[in-house]
Design a protein around this ligand. Structure first.
Ligand code: PEP
Ligand code: MN
Length: 337
């Protein structure tokens, strides 16, 4: 960590500050310029309170040189990580395809979709039972009844399942029925929920918050890891920008930034990123081409009648075509579905 001091800070103030830092077992390296003095701090910085340093009247700026996330940080874990979910592997060598409806609507609906997406090549079945809808009057999900249908569909078609949890109550129910949990964009910084999810032991996909920076996102992942669960992957699902042509703006370069900063697998969700059905297949190919670890795609047997996110849902034949066409892109990056 580097402290830039205010111009003309008196020598005795610099001395006082460095003594204070050294009293915590750290060492300091002071470099005096004509106007400005810079203090380098060496050692375990977790013993320092950054806000206290910022509040010090002689300190102009605090510049961290290492990130606050450790377990999720590639610096401390250079190799890509991965984990199993049922019979599926998320991570190196694999391209995970999570597919299914936005919301579980009925037994027939989920069974029809599950059978078809599994046959087409999906490796995880997705479906929401607790829906974080923008309007309180929109369909809110079947809750535990939906989870029961999810478990039955997963067993019937031999495919692991992933469901979003939006609260501690939803989490307590979901752990009984599903193989993997999703934390949605709206809860990315619900730290109490992240801690609980960390303790529950099931693999987790953490979606990017609506306007979260990559650093905030990785710190949120750290909450899960620090609570005992390192089976975490990240999902880029678009961010809020000034652009209104698509539902959100897919930050495709976030995949590359994440690959530098973290060892955790990275999934792309072109469905929520764009909200446009015709963009899903090309963006799935883009995700494969830049070596993402997989995609999450919304699929519905009858999108016109879907209770949520119909306009962005692929039909069953469109999903099959999408999986077939992504094949050559996966060969280029040495991954397999
Ligand atoms: C979802 O995957 O169903 C969902 C609500 O996504 P997001 O949290 O990315 O909006
Ligand atoms: Mn959706």
């Amino acid at each position: 960590m580097i402290l830039v001091l205010k111009p003309q800070t008196p020598a005795e103030e610099i001395e006082k500050l460095s003594k204070r830092i050294e009293s915590k077992g750290l060492s300091t390296n002071i470099s005096r310029g004509a106007e400005t003095t810079v203090v380098g701090i060496i050692g375990d910085k977790t013993v320092l309170d950054i806000d206290q340093l910022k509040a010090n009247p002689v300190v102009e700026k605090v510049i961290p040189v290492t990130e606050s996330y450790k377990l999720a940080n590639r610096k401390f874990h250079p190799k890509d990580s991965g984990f199993s979910v049922g019979n599926s592997w998320i991570g190196p060598g694999s391209f995970t395809i999570m597919a299914g409806p936005c919301a579980i609507e009925s037994h027939d609906q989920l069974f029809t979709i599950a059978e078809s997406v599994k046959k087409a090549g999906a490796t995880l079945l997705r479906g929401g039972a607790y829906k974080p809808r923008t309007s309180p009057y929109s369909f809110q999900g079947l809750e535990e009844e939906g989870l029961i249908i999810m478990k039955e569909a997963g067993a019937a078609f031999d495919i692991p399942t992933i469901c979003e949890v939006t609260s501690r109550h939803a989490l307590e129910a979901a752990v009984k029925y599903v193989d993997m949990l999703q934390i949605g964009a709206r809860n990315m910084q619900n730290f109490e929920l992240l801690k609980e999810v960390g303790k529950c032991g099931l693999p987790v996909m953490l979606k990017r918050g609506l306007a979260a920076t990559i650093d905030e996102w990785l710190n949120a992942a750290e909450y899960i890891c620090a609570n005992g669960n390192e089976k975490v992957c990240l999902c880029e699902r678009g961010i809020r920008t000034y652009e209104t042509a698509t539902r959100n703006t897919l930050d495709i370069s976030a995949v590359l930034v994440l690959k530098e900063k973290t060892h955790l697998p990275v999934i792309v969700d072109p469905s929520h990123a764009t909200g446009v059905r015709s963009f899903i297949k090309p963006l799935t190919k883009a995700a494969a081409a830049i070596d993402a670890d997989g995609v999450m795609i919304e699929v519905h047997n009858n999108p016109e009648a879907a209770l949520s996110d119909g306009p962005q849902s692929l039909t069953l034949p469109q999903f099959e075509e999408c999986v077939q066409e992504v094949g050559p892109y996966l060969e280029l990056v040495n991954r397999k579905i």
